[in-house]
Design a protein around this ligand. Structure first.
Ligand code: S3P
Length: 163
């Protein structure tokens, strides 16, 4: 089966929904952030602090290209991956892109930003980033799924869209 590629703002639930989806579909699961952390042996905050965002984005592209050569995977993308057209284009070629659409204020109020370097600049900066990215996510998505109360419910909505 071709891949299922989850995109959306940090904290929208890509990893938790992705794990449920992978189980329900009998597919593997990959998370681009985890791939980068495993390859470099460092956490995302450490990578941002020591090497900077551009370095991280280059790794994100490399991981996207590598995952795009595989199949039968549910792939949770880092929130900024679709801002690199080359990265998201390779993944779109490999599968169906789903935008998990969760309101930015809801994310900021309920999701921890502790391990998210780009979530540290305060509420207004976060909401502005959401506004800038939303059209990008919409542009690449084949399906737009509003996030539901639980990962199970959101995964169910994705499964229905995939049918
Ligand atoms: C980022 C989102 C993070 C991670 C990094 C940058 C972003 O992933 O890739 O901190 O630019 O939105 P999650 O979306 O999994 O939090």
């Amino acid at each position: 089966m071709k891949n299922v590629v989850l995109i959306g703002m940090m904290g929208c639930g890509k990893s938790s929904v992705g794990r449920v989806l992978a189980q329900r579909l009998g597919m593997g699961f990959a998370d681009t952030d985890q791939c980068i952390e495993a390859a470099l042996g460092r956490s995302i905050p450490e990578i941002f602090a020591t090497e900077g965002e551009a370095f991280f984005r280059d790794w994100e592209l490399g991981v996207a290209e590598e995952l795009a050569r595989k199949e039968n995977l549910v792939i949770a993308c880092g929130g900024g991956l679709p801002t690199r057209p080359d990265a998201i284009a390779s993944l779109k070629y490999s599968g169906t892109v789903i935008f998990l659409d969760r309101d930015g204020e809801d994310i900021y109020d309920h999701v921890s930003m502790d391990h998210r370097p780009l979530g540290q600049a305060g509420r207004e900066a976060f909401l502005e980033r959401c506004r800038q990215r939303e059209p990008v996510y919409r542009q690449w998505a084949e399906h737009i799924i509003p996030s539901r109360a639980t990962a199970q419910e959101t995964a169910q909505a994705v499964l229905e869209a995939l049918q």
